[in-house]
Design a protein around this ligand. Structure first.
Ligand code: SAM
Length: 194
């Protein structure tokens, strides 16, 4: 894996204001992946491939990441990036809206990383649960959304996103089949272990 290329890609993404995973969030996930060594990861929200490339370090031998992105330009950039970093054999990019792609998938995953449209988190959760292996883990990034989710914030612009993030938290915290932690790293990270 070409670490220098990865660093350049990260810097370019930040310069281009592409919302990539924050360092403290990545640190938490890295630690868990290092211990669990997943064979199959599903990521919802590729952007330019940064988080997927980082996660690919911890895959078990022969392991793979499927990652979904709906913006064509980002998909193209991610494809170039994974080639440059030398991890194209580990990452499979699926282009399209995750709302349409997820129901067509029929695979099993050890880890799911949800990092796309906040208004769709409950749907992403439902689909992820359908495909999650026993002892699987679901990470949901941006779960606290600038603090709006835990406050009485109710402004119209982000109201749907906030309502759906709250719904996601409610579902995972009430689910008897899993334990969930909500960490105040980055923009908030939910870790649900099944
Ligand atoms: N995981 C990436 C990383 O850390 O390097 C960052 C992903 S970025 C926060 C979210 C991405 O999800 C954007 O590139 C956006 O275009 C994509 N996205 C948002 N909603 C989506 C959807 N419904 N289906 C597919 N992609 C979506």
């Amino acid at each position: 894996m070409n670490e220098i290329e990865l660093k350049i890609i990260k810097e370019k993404a930040l310069e281009d204001h592409i919302p990539i995973i924050m360092d403290d969030t990545l640190e938490v996930i890295d630690k868990i992946l290092k211990e669990t060594k997943p064979k199959a990861i599903l990521e919802i929200g590729t952007a330019v491939g940064y988080s997927a490339m980082c996660f690919s370090r911890y895959l078990a031998e022969g392991g793979k990441i499927d990652t979904i992105e709906r913006e064509h330009e980002r998909v193209e950039e991610a494809k170039v990036n994974i080639q440059k970093v030398g991890v194209a054999d580990k990452i499979n990019i699926l282009e399209g809206d995750a709302v349409e792609i997820l129901p067509t998938l029929d695979k099993k995953y050890d880890v799911v990383f949800i990092d796309a449209a906040k208004g769709k988190y409950p749907f992403f959760l439902k689909e992820s649960l359908r495909m999650l292996n026993k002892n699987g883990i679901i990470f949901a990034d941006n779960i606290l959304y600038k603090g709006y989710v835990m406050s009485d914030y109710n402004k119209h612009k982000q109201r749907t996103a906030v309502r759906n993030l709250r719904e996601y938290i409610k579902e995972v915290t009430e689910d008897e089949n899993c334990t969930t932690e909500i960490l105040e790293v980055g923009d908030g990270l939910a870790i649900s272990r099944f």
